[in-house]
Design a protein around this ligand. Structure first.
Ligand code: GAL
Length: 893
């Protein structure tokens, strides 16, 4: 199947931008003209690969969701994706952000999709645009705008006219937007592939025949839009012939597309996982991730996307549910703030380099040649005629044994294969890369309180900083949020209404109020029985707070759980107030439009003398949201109109409070976070930007393994951290939302917290550790040396190397430890072993100190001696990175 260019594609001569690193700064300066990032080209495919501009390609893709970062962060994220070896950037399109109100579109700020796509194009990368428009993605309501529920007669994701009409309208809008901005590849733009729907195969059965019809309709609707590039349906075994189907998962090397004419694509390689409030933090080891990716290309894969390469932040109320946290870090190669997560980022960069070196052979062969090397060991060999003449060959040697190292023979040579590993041999002889051997540095993120760098402070100043100076402010204002119905815009009706039908998701909060009259008889009945009446609700999500006469009786948290809450009434009339809250709408599953929020089933009061009170039939007064929300007390324009009062330092924590203060932005360029660990649950705004929900809920105590073994199949409960600690305490405040000083911070606190203990901090990759042994393979970058690939130069002549690099704007300010020999320990604490080259520290310092990055050869020659003949030596280094401007100070420490 081939997508030929449209008649319109007779385009002006293209301008090819070749941008050398560092790209970030340049990208910001470059004028972004429409289209013409590439010479117009077509994309088609065969059974082996996507065919880009007439050539089969092995592609590596980086998942980056534009609204999970700010436009100011985009250039750096794209540049780091490219530097890490990606060819493609992949994103979903977020319908709820683009059409927040039916018929009213938003393509501004974080939703400026055209700008994002142009930045990708201008960096020379391609784009895979997954329009959905159902996207799942741990995004509120799976990306559907909540107004979609209210379209008469609608049923989502099935053969339903009202749904299909809205879906088609939005998908067409996005395709037209791309075409008008000349962003398809046949127009010289970066868009090479699209996606319609998302993992519909998971829910299709629930819709019976209508589901099958919907798949066919979605496919032909998409193809009918004339986008001129291939469309994907992921996890869709019945994807029609002219639509690609693709795999999502932790491993996809066994995946077979549903037709022999389609290539093997992996649209979501889950390189980490998302987190729930009250959950621990998942980590997928770099060795296992690299193993999964190498196995994929080994066994015939041709396109692989990291879900996520950068996860970012669920700003505002965009996080999905049930209960997904504000951070969408995902343990991705770039962390929530866009800093490299090492060794993952670096280990994958090396992997991508090895795959690139193998690409000529991988695309030359129609299929690999299979060789069994042992019971759990196998080789796949790709050979054929190279593009520029001559034979090309690449081989992958896998040991899928989880425990044992294997010693195998391949093409007459011996190879040692660590457990759960793939070795990549770009010329079929020398190992360029081994998934189980990490040569990349480890970085340890350090979090510093705002103020001058600690290095420049005296010890006394440092202590003082730790004591109190790190808190964001000593002066706070407070404003009480009324409990219950607070304004005119309420209404009264019989019965309990469904939460979303009332709020339309304009707020997390919905107040319900009813009156309960209690007789003297009731009171004496309760006294006599020693029991109180109880509120009982069949089923509720996500949070319910129960108040009687404005006093909190209790709160219930859960996902469609029964709520049982004892209540205390007085004689006479009592106000029973129920506050239902959402913490991210459902984003996965069939029949989302029916899922709703708040209550399901019956609600009653039990324990009354005359029998239960059926609350489902009572008269209820409803009010959507909070008074402070309606008055926008969090905004720069409106906050001063409210009646704030000074908060006393000794004030005890109280529920339902608004707090505000002003703070200065920390110096430098490091990402800024607010530490809200002293607060309970609520939402926060900085200069009117909603930074998200916060919640200091503690993760379960158990389940975090002490050690993390990369060997064996990964699942999201393996290798988790942070048990017994709050799931999230740090909340990203993008620098572009900050002014140098007097930034307005407003919080709405539901359960009680201490704002005086809130601090503003910066995050950086402050500590680097490297560990590379003499037996490590030579640096991947050396393979570009002519002669290395074709074997005229000996691999043995190239020593392994340690590469250390700080984030941009930082330099290696000190080498805390260095030993070439047999050092012991790990990044937490290294120590010298029996064998140690005495000049280790001075040689490493000389090579690295004051530099942003450095390379150190791991050899006797580099360390001017052999500290222990006949023993395998390892170089271990621990270094500190500091902002470049203050190296002079720290260097003299
Ligand atoms: C997939 C889905 C993605 C995301 C992922 C988990 O099933 O397609 O959108 O939700 O799971 O992070």
């Amino acid at each position: 199947m081939s997508f030929t260019s449209m008649a319109e594609s007779t385009r002006k001569a293209s301008l090819q931008w070749r941008i050398p690193p560092p790209i970030t700064a340049l990208l910001l300066l470059l004028p972004i003209v429409s289209g013409s990032f590439f010479k117009p080209f077509n994309v088609s495919y065969d059974h082996r690969a996507l065919i880009v501009a007439g050539k089969r390609r092995m592609l590596v893709s980086a998942g980056v969701h534009y609204p999970r970062a700010t436009p100011q962060m985009w250039p750096d994220l794209i540049a780091k994706s490219k530097e890490g070896g990606a060819d493609v950037v992949q994103t979903y399109v977020f319908w709820s952000g683009h059409e927040p109100v039916k018929g009213q579109y938003n393509f501004e700020g974080r939703y400026d999709l055209v700008k994002f796509v142009k930045l990708v194009g201008s960096s020379g990368l391609y784009l895979h645009l997954r329009i959905g428009p159902y996207v799942c993605a741990e995004w509120n309501f799976g990306g559907f705008p909540v107004w979609l529920r209210d379209v008469p007669g609608i049923e989502f994701r099935t053969d339903n006219e009202p749904f299909k009409k809205e879906m088609q309208k939005f998908v067409r809008k996005i395709v037209d937007l791309m075409r008008e901005a000349e962003l398809f590849c046949w127009q010289g733009g970066p868009v090479i592939m699209l996606q319609i729907e998302n993992e519909y195969g998971d829910v299709e059965k629930s819709y019976g025949q209508k589901g099958k019809d919907y798949v066919k309709w979605a496919a032909s609707m998409a193809l009918g839009l004339g986008a001129g590039v291939p469309w994907v349906m992921c996890k869709q075994t019945d994807a029609p012939e002219n639509i690609l189907d693709a795999c999502n998962g932790y491993y996809c090397d066994g995946f077979k597309p549903n037709s022999k004419t389609k290539p093997v694509l992996w649209t979501e390689d889950w390189d980490g996982w998302y987190t729930k409030w009250g959950g621990s933090l998942p980590h997928r080891p770099a060795e296992d991730l690299a193993f999964a990716v190498a196995r994929f290309y080994q066994r015939g894969g041709s396109f692989q996307n990291y879900y996520m390469y950068f996860g970012g932040t669920n700003f505002g109320r965009t996080s999905g549910g049930p209960f997904y946290i504000t951070s969408y870090d995902y343990d991705a190669p770039l962390d929530e703030y866009g800093l490299r997560s090492e060794p993952k980022w670096g280990h994958l960069k090396d992997l991508h380099a090895a795959i690139k070196l193998s690409e000529p052979a991988l695309v030359a062969a129609d299929a690999p040649q299979y060789k069994k090397l042992g019971s759990n060991q196998e080789a796949h060999v790709y050979h054929g005629d190279g593009e520029t003449g001559g034979k090309v060959c690449a081989a992958f040697l896998a040991n899928i044994d989880e425990h044992k190292t294997a010693y195998v023979k391949f093409n007459g040579q011996s190879y040692t294969l660590p457990p759960w590993s793939v070795s990549i041999l770009p010329g079929c002889r020398h190992v360029a890369y081994d998934t189980a051997k990490v040569g990349a540095q480890t970085s340890v993120k350090t979090v510093e309180s705002a103020g001058p760098p600690l290095g420049s402070l005296s010890i006394l100043q440092k202590v003082a900083r730790q004591d109190n100076a790190s808190y964001i402010s000593k002066s706070w204002m407070a404003l009480k949020e009324p409990i219950g119905i607070w304004g005119e815009n309420n209404f009264t009706t019989q019965g309990l209404l469904e939460h979303l039908n009332v709020t339309k998701d304009q707020s997390d909060y919905l107040w319900h109020k009813t009156r309960i009259s209690v007789t003297e008889d009731d009171i004496s009945f309760w006294k006599k029985n020693g029991a109180n009446p109880t509120l009982s609700v069949d089923s509720m999500r996500d949070v319910l707070r129960v108040f009687v006469n404005k006093q909190l009786s209790g709160s219930i948290v859960g996902h469609w759980v029964k709520a049982v809450q004892p209540v205390l009434f007085v004689q006479g009339n009592n106000d029973l107030l129920l506050l239902t809250q959402t913490v991210g709408l459902q984003n996965y599953g069939a029949f989302l439009e029916k899922d709703g929020a708040g209550f399901r089933g019956k609600a009653k009061l039990t324990g009354f003398k005359n029998g239960d009170v059926d609350l489902s039939k009572s008269s209820w007064t409803y009010q959507v949201g909070l008074k402070g929300e309606a008055e926008k007390v969090y905004s720069v324009e409106h906050n001063e109109k409210a009646e704030w009062s000074t908060l006393e330092t000794e004030a005890s924590p109280s529920i339902f409070m608004w707090y505000k203060t002003c703070f200065n932005t920390p110096d430098g360029t490091d990402p800024v976070v607010l530490d809200l660990g002293s607060m309970g649950k609520g939402q926060a705004w900085v200069n009117g930007h909603h930074i998200g929900r916060y919640w200091s809920i503690i993760a379960q105590k158990d389940g975090c393994d002490k050690t993390c073994d990369y060997r064996g199949a990964y699942h999201s409960d393996k290798c988790t951290t942070n048990c017994g600690k709050p799931t999230q305490t740090r909340y990203h405040v993008p620098r572009s939302w900050l002014k140098p000083d007097s930034n307005l911070l407003v919080l709405f606190e539901e359960t009680g917290g201490n704002p005086f203990k809130i601090s503003v901090k910066t995050v950086t990759a402050g500590i680097l550790c490297g560990q590379v042994s003499e037996s490590h393979y030579p640096p991947l970058r050396k393979w570009s040396t002519p002669g290395f690939m074709n074997g005229t130069m000996s691999i043995n002549s190239v020593a392994p190397e340690m590469h250390l690099h700080c984030e941009e704007g930082h330099v290696i300010s000190s080498i805390e430890f260095a030993s070439y020999g047999t050092p012991r320990g790990s990044c937490d604490k290294f120590s010298t072993g029996k064998c140690h080259a005495s000049k280790s520290l001075s040689i490493v310092s000389e090579a690295c100190k004051g530099r942003n990055s450095c390379f150190i050869e791991v050899s006797n020659a580099a360390f001017q001696s052999d500290p222990c003949k006949g023993t395998l030596k390892t170089l271990v280094v621990m270094a500190r990175c500091s902002p470049s401007q203050d190296t002079s100070e720290t260097a003299s420490d």
